[in-house]
Design a protein. Structure first.
Length: 239
């Protein structure tokens, strides 16, 4: 993974590089750029990186001057000692905004947010479902997406559970259903559950860095988010 760092303090840039390497050993810093002028020159002569870390106050001015001179397509995580620029930062291509001094947990959270953004940005575009057609005996019924609390796989079948707690059998698998849902509203908690945000009633820490989820309507079985998906889940909640 290739990143670019805008930072006019050498020790701060060095610390950020070490934190990035601690997070992922394959992260490569293409350059550390201390000024707006050098940033414009570098971006005009090189392909854009996968991710940019950008201090707002550089040696010769504000980084926002750079946005006026160069069209950035790479996502940006802002790093600054000042929090008054947060609103303006998110008006450009910002994934997150970190206030110095940055520790590892700050960076980890920002990178997880970036990875969740990246996953969502590369999802295939599908026609979002407005309703699901359900067969009950010899009759058919449609359930608007807005009435769905979650989808559940049990007893070798997928089930739709409404906000009122009614269960309906589905002909599709959870993998097929997931592709038809808006990822802003639904999250795949594990292999058995896809839940709407509003259906998540409680979240508890659990053994081995996992999360335990309580849904409404309630479910008898235990619902766990794996350690590997916790970062994506937290980023989805914090978007």
């Amino acid at each position: 993974m290739k990143v670019l760092i805008f930072e006019d303090e050498a020790l701060t840039a060095e610390r950020l590089e070490k934190l990035l390497k601690r997070y992922r050993a394959d992260i490569e810093c293409l350059a550390v750029i201390p000024s707006v002028e050098e940033g414009i020159a570098w971006l005009s002569q090189n392909p854009q990186p996968e991710l940019i870390f950008m201090d707002i106050r550089l040696s010769d001015g504000s980084c926002f001057e750079l946005f006026e001179a160069v069209k950035l397509t790479a996502p940006v995580i802002f790093t600054t000692a000042y929090d008054e620029y947060a609103l303006r930062a998110f008006q450009v291509y910002a994934v997150d905004y970190l206030v110095k001094p940055i520790d590892f947990q700050d960076l980890k959270r920002a990178m997880e947010k970036y990875e969740a953004w990246l996953q969502q940005a590369h999802q295939p575009v599908v026609q979002e479902k407005q309703r699901f057609l359900i067969k009950i005996g010899e009759q058919y019924k449609w359930i608007p997406v807005g009435e769905i609390a979650y989808f559940h796989h049990s007893n070798e079948a997928a089930w739709l559970v409404s906000k009122q707690g009614k269960r309906y059998p589905m002909d599709s698998s959870l993998d097929q259903i997931e592709k038809q849902l808006n990822p802003q509203h639904f999250f795949r908690l594990n292999r058995q559950f896809i839940a709407r945000l509003e259906a998540i009633e409680q979240i508890h820490s659990f053994f081995n860095s996992r999360l335990k989820i309580m849904l409404q309507p309630t479910v008898e079985e235990q619902i766990l988010v794996s350690r590997e998906r916790v970062g994506l889940f937290k980023a989805w909640l914090d978007r």
